[in-house]
Design a protein around this ligand. Structure first.
Ligand code: NCD
Length: 302
C-alpha cells in the first residue's frame, strides 16, 4: 500500500496480515474508558460519501478520532455535488483544504481509482459501486480470526446477491489469498457462473443446503435492489429459497458463525432468530470495523 487503499485485489498477503495484526492491537482499546490515542494529532481525514452509509462512515470517523486525528464527513446530499459539480472538482476543492487522507464511497465502480490517478492525496475506498469494499473484507477477516486459529482450509459460504456486492468481491479476493474454500450461493441471476473464475478456490451452487453443509463461516448478503433495474424476487420467495433460518443453519458445522455486513433485511436473507442468536457475530463485525479502520488510516497517515 503506497498511497491509499483502493482494493484488496492489489494487496499482497503480508500487507493484509500486517493490517490484521495492527487491528488486533487496537481491538482492546475499544473496551477501555479512554479510547483515544494521541498518535496522529493534527492530521485531517475527510470522509466523502456519495452513497448512503451508517456503519462505514461513522466507523471511519470514530477510527480517525481514536488515532487522535480530526475527521469531517460530507455526504452528497446537502453539498455542491447536488448542484452539478463534477467528482474531480469536488475532490480537488476538498484537497485544497489539505486533508491528509480522503475516505470515499461512490456508486460508480472505479471512482476512487480515478481520483487516485489525478490527485496527490491518499484515497481510501469505502465502497465503489459493485466493485470493492476493502475495509469490510479486512474487518470480516479480523472477525473470523477472532473465532478461528487461521483462515487456511476454512470453508466459507457467501450467500445472496453476489453479483451486485462489493463486500462479496473484496471478501473473495482476500479469502482466496489465504487458501479458503469458498462457496458462492444465491439465485442464478445473482450468482452467475463466471464468478467462479474470479479467484482460486471458488465454487458455485444455487442450493443453499449444499452451501451450508459442513461450512465453518456463513456470510449472508442483502439483495441490493438499488443496483438492479429489474424487479427482483418477491421477498417471501427469496427468503424461502435463500434465507438463513435455524432449520438450515443446522446443516453447517455446530460451531459455525454467522456474519452479515449490514444493513440486514430481517425476514428476507436472515431470520431474526438467527440474527440475534449466539452464533451471530454481526455486532462484533461492527466493533472490529473501528480497529481495522484505525490500522488502515494509521498506515495511510504515516
Ligand atoms: C455494505 C455496502 O454498503 O456495500 N454495507 C456496509 O458497508 N457494511 C453492504 C450493503 O449495502 O448491503
Amino acid at each position: 500500500m503506497t498511497k491509499g487503499l483502493l482494493d484488496i485485489e492489489a494487496l499482497a498477503r503480508p500487507e493484509i496480515e500486517s493490517l490484521l495484526e495492527r487491528a488486533k492491537y487496537f481491538q482492546p482499546l475499544q473496551q477501555m474508558r479512554d479510547k483515544r490515542l494521541e498518535l496522529h494529532v493534527g492530521r485531517l481525514v475527510v470522509n466523502l460519501f456519495f452513497e448512503s452509509s451508517t456503519r462505514t462512515r461513522i466507523s471511519f470517523e470514530i477510527a480517525a478520532r481514536r488515532l487522535g486525528a480530526d475527521a469531517v464527513s460530507i455526504s452528497s446530499q446537502g453539498s455542491s455535488v447536488s448542484k452539478g459539480e463534477t467528482l474531480l472538482d469536488t475532490v480537488s476543492t476538498l484537497s485544497a483544504m489539505r486533508p491528509d487522507a480522503i475516505v470515499m464511497r461512490h456508486a460508480a465502480s472505479g471512482a476512487p481509482h480515478f481520483l487516485a490517478r489525478h490527485l496527490p492525496i491518499p484515497i481510501i475506498n469505502a465502497g465503489d459501486g459493485q466493485h470493492e469494499h476493502p475495509t469490510q473484507a479486512l474487518l470480516d477477516a479480523r472477525t473470523i480470526l477472532d473465532n478461528r486459529p487461521s483462515l487456511e482450509g476454512l470453508r466459507v459460504a457467501i450467500i445472496g446477491d453476489i453479483l451486485h456486492s462489493r463486500v462479496a468481491r473484496s471478501n473473495i479476493h482476500l479469502l482466496s489469498k489465504f487458501g479458503v474454500d469458498l462457496v458462492l450461493c444465491g439465485p442464478a441471476p445473482l450468482v452467475p457462473q463466471e464468478l467462479k473464475h474470479m479467484a482460486p478456490g471458488v465454487t458455485i451452487t444455487h442450493d443453499i443446503r449444499e452451501a451450508l453443509r459442513e461450512t465453518d463461516i456463513i456470510m449472508m448478503l442483502r439483495v441490493q435492489l438499488e443496483r438492479q433495474n429489474e424487479t427482483s424476487f418477491p421477498a417471501g420467495e427469496y427468503s424461502r429459497f435463500y434465507g438463513l433460518r435455524a432449520d438450515n443453519l443446522a446443516l453447517a458445522k455446530p460451531d459455525a458463525i454467522v456474519m452479515h455486513p449490514g444493513p440486514m433485511n430481517r425476514g428476507r436473507e436472515i431470520s431474526t432468530e438467527v440474527a440475534d442468536s449466539s452464533r451471530s457475530v454481526i455486532l462484533s463485525q461492527v466493533e472490529n470495523g473501528i480497529a481495522v479502520r484505525m490500522a488502515v488510516l494509521e498506515k495511510v497517515l504515516q
